[in-house]
Design a protein around this ligand. Structure first.
Ligand SMILES: C[S@@+](CC[C@H](N)C(=O)[O-])C[C@H]1O[C@@H](n2cnc3c(N)ncnc32)[C@H](O)[C@@H]1O
Length: 102
């Protein structure tokens, strides 16, 4: 992960309590760098929701390479219409993505 991005993730994470029991939803998750950072650091479960099939495939490949697939699920879909039941997550995370909402 790039240095600036990692700093942002760490800074955001310092604002909330996260532990291994937490379920995090990352909307607009890109290639999943944040998900892997959070899963590695806290052992929490992260669900990635992203509209890009291509990015999602790369995300899944990297999760497998880093043996994090059991902690990270990747869904193709839009944050405009979340495909999850209410109360599925403890934290909803988003970086540089909601600005793409229309
Ligand atoms: C600038 S990237 C940021 C990716 C990641 N959050 C990061 O910080 O590295 C914006 C991301 O938002 C995703 N995105 C844009 N509109 C979306 C939507 N309606 N639903 C889900 N993802 C969306 C794009 O596919 C892209 O991965």
């Amino acid at each position: 992960m790039e240095i600036a991005k990692e700093r942002t993730v760490k800074s955001m994470a310092s604002l909330v309590e996260i532990n291994s029991k937490y379920r995090v939803l990352d909307i607009g998750s890109g290639y999943g760098g944040t998900a892997r950072f959070l899963a590695k650091k806290y052992g929490c479960h992260v669900t990635c929701l992203n509209i890009s099939k291509k990015q999602n495939l790369v995300n899944q490949e990297r999760n497998e390479q880093q043996k994090l697939s059991s902690l990270i699920d990747v869904y193709e879909g839009s944050f405009e219409d979340l495909p999850f039941p209410n109360s599925s997550f403890d934290i909803v995370w988003s970086q540089d993505a909601i600005n793409f909402s229309h």
